[in-house]
Design a protein around this ligand. Structure first.
Ligand code: ADP
Ligand code: MG
Length: 762
């Protein structure tokens, strides 16, 4: 009997070699295999008659190979296959498919799937490049063929993505998954509490696994294709439920940790007011209050501040820093780029000058001596506000008394990295650093011990006592610093709640007053003279301009205009009479710094740059953003770049120049940019275009690796799962027993390791 945890090579028909191929698909156990769901289904119970096909529909056709052959046109070889049913015939074509030659024999039974289209010459119907599967010779009576044929025809058939470059086919998956289901233990433990199951009418795990692969004849085809059958819903909900359960657990643990209860005395209050160069908006005040309330609590703050580009997050970060500093603690502010760290450093010095704090800048490119000196200041507690780049993360920095960590533009860091921010060093100091590679194993095993001990505790103690839960197996805690994470990539709220489910959320959904919406235009680059004229006029009005290129030097991608070459052209010819600067990632950091400061002071009128200026840069006098080869940039990137302008009162313009062919997705990105300035809408579309994997970064970025759920398609189930998980963790009660809760938590730690990995980090 197979268990869900049995390694996959114990399934009949899978040896070590195939197991290796499966591993590349993330399939290690029988459970993984059974959660490898069909990406679509074919209705081979009621396949279509060729005579009844309609142009434009997607159809499954089962027929007999009549003849096939390759013919060459002047453009390319085309492979043609004629399939018949009685007297009807259907033509199928594949372009450039010499490899199909000699693959078919007349009389073979074949299943085809594709879009039915009219042949432009004679109006007859055909399918171009259909997917196909050989069903064995018609009329063959070999027993083996019959058995497998029963999985291929006369039913709704699951279609799987193949693996190992086609070595492992859909057909193979069908047979092996069938075998695994046949040999699966009849006792699959139910791990979701009964009340939840009843509320959502969830089918049993066994039924779900069978029917998701082998739907019953009456099953709705639409429901199958959109993963909305009861079987799908059970499996998807289960996965989301355990993810949310893990996050809920994590939140409870964090809430129970010891933090610093900052006091907000008059001095701090006054300092906060004193630094403000403008009246804060009502929303900024509300958000600051949320942060201040958190900071006063004896538990560490874990808050995410979401606000579109230009919404004024920086000042809120500084105000939070004041609270920590006025309480005698140090604050750290981390930025994703050196340019942004430098900018924060200068504005912090400017803004916080009249309250007289000691502020230091620590970046990777500093001279070793200088770095050492700054580290010493930090370790001795002289430095009150420490601003830096990843260098703060990547190298070990010791703080004398760290009270607050602010992470700016969080989306650049990734979730796991954020969770690893704080580790305590042996002498009780707090260091901001991930464990060094060498330290990882021991840190990990430490966590595992703590986790399993907590887990034993869990079976006997009530989970209501979050305190006991978090403290068991941990040394008496030193106060954890507060953490404020700021991000300009607004992601849909339900998703934010899940991915950052361990954080409390503040929204800055209002722009500072007096902004005029940015005008965005698309133009092809053969019209660049008009663009340069426009730029010149804006400069004449006293404004400044960014011109952004996708690459630095020409040889990178020859047909693309490169920043360096265009800088020569613009500064030498087009704008020879104006002051033009160049900024890109390969300049050394002093030079970068110098250029950026000149632009900030207005000593440069035009800044030619790469995406180094993408995040955070704040020069309110800049009113034009010209982006060349805009079709090359991602949507989030374009929106960030556009966010560099429209920061002052003057009207701003974003000009998206395209040079060359624009793909379909490219069109949609550019359209979206012209249509809206709203970061939330842009994020929704970006998520749709790129899919969750790429949108949130790789798995390293902390994205749970879902087997069956899809964050876009399954948003509603996600919301339900979140609610149910919270209810379960708040139990036991009349509905949910202690035994059920323990069982769910055990399942979380054993079967849902991949999700739990996220939960345990940090
Ligand atoms: P982001 O949220 O993108 O980090 P910033 O903090 O850089 O935005 O702020 C964008 C610009 O708006 C800055 O020039 C900042 O000084 C200005 N700003 C922020 N809040 C206000 C306000 N309440 N009134 C006027 N200007 C403001
Ligand atoms: Mg910012």
């Amino acid at each position: 009997m197979l268990e869900l945890t049995t390694p996959v090579q114990y399934v009949k028909g899978i040896g070590p070699k195939l197991a290796e191929i499966l591993a590349t698909k993330g399939i290690a156990t029988v459970g993984d295999l059974l959660h490898y769901l069909p990406f679509r289904y074919e209705d081979r119970l009621n396949p279509r008659g060729i005579a009844e096909l309609r142009a434009g529909e997607m159809a499954t056709v089962i027929g007999e190979v009549r003849n096939s052959g390759l013919f060459r046109t002047h453009r390319m070889p085309i492979f043609q296959l004629i399939v018949g049913q009685g007297r009807s015939k259907l033509r199928c074509l594949w372009f450039n498919a010499t490899y199909l030659q000699n693959q078919f024999r007349p009389g073979q039974l074949i299943a085809l799937y594709g879009k039915v289209e009219p042949d432009s010459r004679n109006g007859e119907l055909q399918i171009i490049q259909p997917q196909f599967e050989m069903l064995g010779d018609s009329g063959s009576d070999a027993a083996d063929d019959k058995a497998s044929a029963s999985l291929e025809v006369g039913r709704i058939v699951p279609i799987y993505e193949s693996a190992g470059q086609g070595k492992v086919t859909a057909r193979w998956f069908r047979r092996v998954i069938r075998t695994a289901l046949d040999d699966l233990t009849p006792e699959l433990a139910e791990t979701i509490p009964a009340a939840v199951r009843e509320r959502l009418a969830l089918v049993s795990p066994r039924e779900a696994l069978w029917k998701v692969h082998w739907p019953e004849p009456g099953e709705s085809f639409d429901a199958l294709q959109s993963a909305r059958t009861p079987a799908h819903i059970r499996l998807i909900f289960e996965e989301l439920f355990f993810t949310e359960l893990g996050l809920e657990l994590k939140r409870r643990q964090q809430k129970a940790q010891t933090g610093t209860a900052f006091r907000i005395a008059d001095r701090a209050r006054q300092a906060i007011k004193k630094i403000l160069p403008f009246h804060p908006t009502a929303t900024q005040k509300k958000v600051l209050k949320e942060i201040a309330d958190d900071m006063q609590k004896p538990h560490p703050m874990r808050r995410l501040l979401q606000g579109d580009v230009g919404s004024g997050k920086t000042i809120i970060g500084f105000q939070a820093a004041i609270i920590a500093i006025e309480n005698g603690y140090q604050a750290a502010l981390m930025a994703p780029t050196e340019i942004l760290a430098q900018q924060h450093y200068f504005s912090a010095r400017r803004i916080l000058e009249n309250v007289g704090y000691r502020i230091v800048l620590l970046t990777g490119s500093l001279e070793p001596d200088r770095k050492r000196e700054i580290r010493r200041h930090i370790a001795q507690g002289n430095a009150q506000l420490v601003i830096g780049t990843h260098a703060l993360l990547e190298e070990k920095v010791e703080f004398a008394k760290l009270g607050l960590v602010i992470v700016d533009e969080q989306h650049r860091f990734g979730v796991l990295q954020r969770l690893k921010l704080m580790k305590k060093s042996g002498d009780g100091r707090v260091t901001v650093a991930p464990p060094s590679p060498a330290a990882v194993p021991s840190a990990r095993s430490g966590q595992v011990v703590a986790a399993s001990r907590r887990h034993q505790e869990q079976d006997s103690a009530s989970p209501r006592s979050g305190q006991a839960l978090a403290n068991a197996g941990e040394t008496p805690a030193l106060p954890e610093p507060d953490v404020l994470v700021m991000t300009a990539t607004p992601i849909p709220r339900t998703l934010a709640l899940t991915l950052y489910g361990d954080l409390d959320l503040s929204l800055l959904d209002e722009l500072p007053p007096g902004r005029t919406p940015i005008v965005t235009r698309r133009i092809t680059d053969d019209r660049s003279p008009e663009v340069w004229d426009f730029v010149r006029k804006q400069v004449a009005k006293g404004h400044q301009v960014y011109v952004v290129y996708p690459v630095i030097a020409e040889n990178e991608e020859s047909e693309l205009k490169a920043a360096i070459k265009m800088y020569r052209e613009l500064s030498g010819k087009v704008f020879a009479d104006l002051k033009v600067g160049l900024l890109h990632g390969r300049l050394d950091s002093d030079l970068k710094d110098q250029v950026m400061r000149m632009f900030q002071k207005g000593d440069l009128q035009i800044l030619v740059a790469t995406t180094v200026i993408e995040v955070g840069v704040d020069v309110p006098n800049a009113t034009v953003m010209v982006i060349e080869h805009a079709e090359r940039f991602g949507l989030a990137q374009l929106h960030q770049l556009r966010g560099r302008i429209g920061r002052g009162a003057a009207k701003s313009y974003c000009i998206l120049m395209t040079g060359g062919k624009v793909t379909e997705d490219g069109e949609r990105r550019l359209d979206a940019m012209v249509r809206t300035n709203d970061g939330f809408q842009i994020a929704e579309l970006d998520l749709e275009l790129r899919g969750p994997g790429e949108f949130f970064g790789t798995r390293q970025a902390g994205m749970p690796d879902f087997r069956v759920a899809n964050l876009i398609r399954d948003r509603q189930l996600l919301e339900l799962a979140r609610r149910e998980a919270a209810a379960v963790m708040a139990g036991p009660n009349a509905e949910i027993t202690q035994v059920e809760i323990s069982r769910a938590l055990v399942a979380l730690r054993t079967r849902w390791q991949h999700t739990y990995g996220l939960v345990e980090a940090g």
